[in-house]
Design a protein around this ligand. Sequence first.
Ligand code: NAI
Length: 350
Amino acid sequence: MKLSHDELKNLMKNKLMKAGLNEDHADIAAEVMTWSDERGYHSHGAVRVEYYAERIAKGGITANPKFEWEETGPCSGVFEGDNGCGYAVAKYGMDKAIEMAKKNGIAVVGMKNMSHSGSIGYYTEMAAEQGLLAISFCQSDPMAVPVGGTEPYYGTNPISFAAPTADDRTVVFDMATTVQAWGKILDKRSRHESIPDSWAVDEKGNPVTDPNHVNALLPIAGAKGYGLMMMVDVFSGILLGVPFGKHVSSMYHDLSKGRELGQMHIVIDPARFVGAEEFKKAMSASIDELGEMPTAEGYDKVYYPGERAMLRKEKAYATGGVEIVDEIYEYLKSDDIHFDRYDHKNRFAE
Ligand code: NAI
């Protein structure tokens, strides 16, 4: 089923409100998930609504949270999320960071006790659209093995960077620190296909090619990815005093309890460095140069981070809308809130 931005967003928003979430937070969550689906990040779009609806209905996302903002210095602050909707916490946290960076040049804003906030590129893009640079990191549930280990310790702990240009392009780099998402393993299982040995390990920490024997995902680029996922946990977990490493709550373990996750936004005003206009002009020149580079065999162009996502969005709307799996569309327009499918599943929600 192909849907317009508003059709998709309103279906998701209504479902979250039916589950009990307040309208303001349902609106933000639906907007961010639409952002993901439009860009082809379907793993963080409408497919997640039923899970959130179940968690809201069971009390594991506070439907009407009491947010608190504490300014801890001219360039720093902490946003207490009361285990409310992670999308709203991350969006309001970025609003604060943008305001602070515009005033004081840089902002480091931690958000704590929040639930899952989806595609974190949405929040860094918010800052870039205001002419600022941004970085965001967040915790996610343990499913990746550290190099040399046997047990999952870190989550897929994503990192996003964004930067403005002098034109309508925005560079948004947004990635998980594992080689693949768990969803890709499930997909391979359902197709009875093997996986490359660089994706995951078994119970003994050995690489696996049989997707049925996966015990943990591997970090990107070996020790380098392991180091990155650790530092994501340091900046967005340990620094904020929330559970860290293997103590981070599982997405599916108990849907009646808040997840107590952490996220960190860092926003920088280029006016305090090379100058706002000079920065943007050089950004445009840099991505022009990349795009004009002769390509290696098998490639049509050198893309800048986020460019292919924007092209997927443009193509979706030029061809009738964002493609949503029929089964998910049927659920979204039904009166059902959830089917009790996620609570107490193992960390991989098989
Ligand atoms: P991905 O692997 O599709 O893309 C990663 C980055 O590489 C993107 O910035 C993309 O623009 C860039 N890229 C990909 N191919 C490129 C090419 N040929 N040329 C230039 N740039 C290219 O993304 P991934 O790692 O699968 O993450 C998907 C989404 O999942 C992200 O939005 C991320 O924030 C989200 N996520 C959220 C988590 C959470 O707990 N909130 C956990 C893990 C991921």
